[in-house]
Design a protein around this ligand. Structure first.
Ligand code: SF4
Ligand code: MG
Length: 343
């Protein structure tokens, strides 16, 4: 029997045990009171509790305040370009399905310049956890109206107040084919924020979590009605969703039993205006992930990969005059190389 030495045993234990410091990197440069800090704390706790190996974890972001997120995680990270966090993350997941991939994107990043990527990422349903940090404003560029800014928001681009109703990221996401997980959290209820982040991580498929976050710098009072009146926050609970602690139930009495498998009810709840629903709106683990559809074991064998590469190269081969008759079209350049080597 292969007995492990005490030293080996200790080494293995320390290897599998993680502390918060194993994921913390740098000092966040977000403003005091910014909701991004709460999201970072919840995600670092998730990584620690789940024992996510830093070298197997990737955070991808676009541009904006929230997109500084990868800088503060001691994991792999990619601070991308505006609106392109999702396609970058999908590329990472496609090439390395063994990695745990998270996306941090803002309301401007995801719902404006990145909107096309957002829709198609939902449809592709790759196994990625997406956090939409929705502060309802462009923060990094100093206060321009974003697609989720409430109507009437005064900003540098809308000095008389914004004219349009805000886009609702939940109803948009719930309307896309192949949607498989949609939840909403708020930064000021950390217990629930963590539970939702955890449920999103455990879902196989694209988990879309809209996190309503405070921006005390540019919209200091805009969320006060919900912050100061717990009745205006509606907690969703269900045996198939989140179970609420006694402490939360004491403060937040406005609760709704909602089965997350019911997409029509999820759309109704997401469409409400007065209260902010918090919890899991929709979950369907049966939707297939794109990387699984594409990456069967058969497709990944070295021989088949080589054959595929040869077939691709064949498309660009310039044949010497008359040579094309000497090779079968199906085998292309490889056969041609063998043929020319023999002659
Ligand atoms: Fe946070 Fe707003 Fe400051 Fe950006 S500007 S770091 S969103 S508080
Ligand atoms: Mg924003």
């Amino acid at each position: 029997m292969n007995m492990m030495s005490a030293t080996e045993c200790l080494l293995q234990m320390s290897d599998e045990h993680f502390e918060l410091e194993d994921y913390q990197s740098g000092v966040p440069r977000w403003c005091t009171g910014c909701g991004d800090n709460a999201i970072l704390a919840a995600v670092q706790r998730l990584c620690r509790d789940e024992g996510l190996r830093p070298e197997k974890t990737v955070f991808v972001s676009g541009i904006g305040c929230s997109s500084r997120f990868p800088h503060y995680m001691k994991t792999y990270g990619f601070h991308g370009i505006h609106g392109r966090a999702l396609p970058v993350a999908e590329g990472v997941k496609m090439a390395r399905p063994d990695l745990t991939v998270f996306v941090n994107t803002g309301d401007g990043d995801c719902c404006s310049i990145g909107a096309a990527h957002w829709i198609h990422a939902i449809r592709y349903n790759m196994n990625i956890t997406v956090f939409l940090h929705d502060n309802q404003i462009y923060g990094l560029t100093k206060k321009q109206a974003s697609p989720t800014s409430p109507i009437g928001t005064k900003s540098n681009t809308t000095p008389r107040g914004s004219y349009l109703e805000a886009l609702n990221p939940l109803t948009v996401t719930l309307g896309v084919q192949n949607v498989s997980f949609v939840a909403q959290a708020v930064d000021w209820i950390p217990e629930l924020l963590f539970d939702i982040v955890k449920a999103a991580y455990h879902h196989k498929g694209l988990s879309f979590v809209r996190i309503i976050q405070r921006c005390p710098e540019w919209l200091p009072k805009s969320l006060d009605p919900w912050l100061h009146d717990p009745q205006k926050v509606q907690l969703l609970n269900h045996e198939n969703g989140l179970q609420l602690s006694a402490g939360l139930s004491r403060v937040y009495k406005n609760q709704l039993q909602h089965d997350p498998s019911d997409i029509n009810r999820a759309r109704e709840i997401a469409s409400g205006h007065d209260t902010i629903p918090v919890g899991i709106l929709y979950r369907n683990p049966a939707v297939p992930c794109y990387e699984d559809l594409r990456h069967s074991d058969k497709l990944r064998t070295p021989d088949l990969t080589r054959a595929g590469l040869n077939a691709e190269l064949d498309k660009y081969t310039v044949w010497p005059q008359g040579a094309e008759q000497k090779v079968a079209q199906s085998d292309g350049a490889r056969r041609y190389r063998m043929h020319t080597a023999r002659n």
